[in-house]
Design a protein around this ligand. Structure first.
Ligand code: ATP
Ligand code: MG
Length: 383
């Protein structure tokens, strides 16, 4: 029996006249991620069908499809000739050994001799007499057996749907610049915007020699994980040491983080504009730490004009961890390497920085000169 994969796309439906564009984008993204795996790709109304792949590739295909944004769900189906015996044998191989079930049939081929309820009734009946552990429950079955009689003389038979990422196809919402630390939050923030169709650039501030190679490697690894959901990531690593030393030397100790954040945002925006990106993305979360109060966010936000997306602003830490575990970034994020923000960390960081004091402290620095110097030594990695 030949296996195929049926791919459903959720929200793209809502897009009216642009539907064709979103569908094409999703098709391109799926074909790109499966480029190395021989298969046939077919478009059908409101779904895609993959066929002619080796069963040995099935697990890899499933893992890859789970990361393509815009896919609502997909199912591995048996494809047989539209013939009641063949349909029954496929149903038997798909059905569980025990439990409750119902059969749902869709008959696109109106020349097929039975109407859909009759197909369900006959196949369900044969399953019941063949497998004594099965029972019918039309309200809350353990599994649904789907039969889809297509117009071309073929029938698809399948049970479970595998959940996709959902959201919108990558590339349908421009590109954002993600401030990527080595922590738990920012990779999740990147994933969330990728899920909404944004391509991603990422910027990481690194404080060599205060932070080492392992800390940087961790960020490269995180970029690679996020890249699987965003169809690639361009990572820019910026040396932050000179800026941190200047702040440390010239500004009040408790303003360290406030000042650092303002530099990070300015540099991120400058790089983003140069690359034609349309937004900045951070993993900030209201009230989590001193630098994430409304006042602190106001201070760092006021140095940029680009929209700043903070998809995690209202999440609880546990909710963020749940997503980090789901996307596979958590284990890497919790590796214990120094982050640039832990270098020169003040004992009592300002929780509510006052703008007049922030500006007065900043006036002691050559802001433009420090930014230009940082922009000169940017390393680039592509995933
Ligand atoms: P994360 O888990 O993402 O590190 P966090 O809870 O540790 O977040 P902060 O360290 O206050 O919070 O950082 C807030 C946000 O600032 C991060 O989510 C990230 O977007 C950005 N950020 C912090 N440090 C860096 C860095 N070294 N390079 C780039 N961006 C950073
Ligand atoms: Mg952090």
């Amino acid at each position: 029996m030949q296996k195929i994969i049926l791919i459903r796309f959720g929200e793209i439906f809502l897009k009216g006249k642009n539907r064709g564009y979103f569908e094409r984008l999703l098709q391109e993204n799926i074909q790109k991620t499966l480029a190395e795996i021989p298969h046939t790709f077919q478009k059908m109304p409101s779904r895609f069908v993959l066929s002619d792949f080796s069963e040995f590739d099935m697990d890899v295909i499933i893992e890859k499809l789970k990361k393509v944004s815009g896919i609502h769900s997909f199912s591995v189906a048996d494809i047989v000739e539209s013939d009641m015996d063949q349909i029954f044998h496929a149903a038997l191989s798909q059905a569980r050994e025990t439990g409750t079930f119902k059969v749902e049939t869709n008959r696109a081929d109106k020349t097929f001799p039975y109407i859909s309820t009759e197909i369900s009734r006959r196949i369900g009946g044969r399953l019941l007499s063949e497998r004594k552990g099965l029972k019918v429950d039309v309200h809350a079955p353990d599994f649904v057996l789907n039969i889809d009689v297509r117009e071309n003389g073929k029938t698809f038979v399948y049970t479970d749907a595998i959940k996709g990422v959902g959201g919108m196809p990558t590339g349908s919402s421009g590109r954002g610049m993600l401030l990527l630390s080595g922590g738990i939050d920012s990779p999740v923030a990147g994933y969330m915007l990728a899920k909404r169709g944004m391509r991603l650039d990422a910027i990481h501030f690194h404080s060599f020699p205060y932070t080492g190679e392992a800390a940087k490697q961790k960020v490269l690894d995180l970029s690679k994980i996020v890249a699987e959901y965003s169809g690639g990531v361009n990572l820019f690593v910026v040396s932050f040491t000179e800026i941190q030393e200047a702040i440390h030397e010239k500004c009040p100790e408790e303003m360290m983080i406030t000042m650092m954040r303002r530099f990070m945002m300015r540099i991120a925006e400058r790089l983003a504009k140069g690359r034609g990106d349309s937004a900045i993305i951070t993993g900030e979360n209201l009230g989590q730490v001193a630098s994430q109060t409304v006042e602190s966010i106001t201070s760092s936000n006021s140095v940029v004009t680009m929209p700043v997306f903070r998809p995690l602003i209202a999440f609880d830490k546990l909710e963020i961890i749940e997503v980090a575990q789901k996307i596979g970034s958590y284990e890497t994020s919790i590796l214990p390497y120094e982050d640039c923000c832990t270098v020169f960390l003040p004992k009592y960081p300002l929780i509510k920085p006052r703008m007049d004091k922030v500006l007065a402290a900043e006036a002691r620095l050559d802001v433009e000169g420090l930014i230009n110097s940082a922009m000169e030594k940017i390393e680039r990695y592509t995933f």
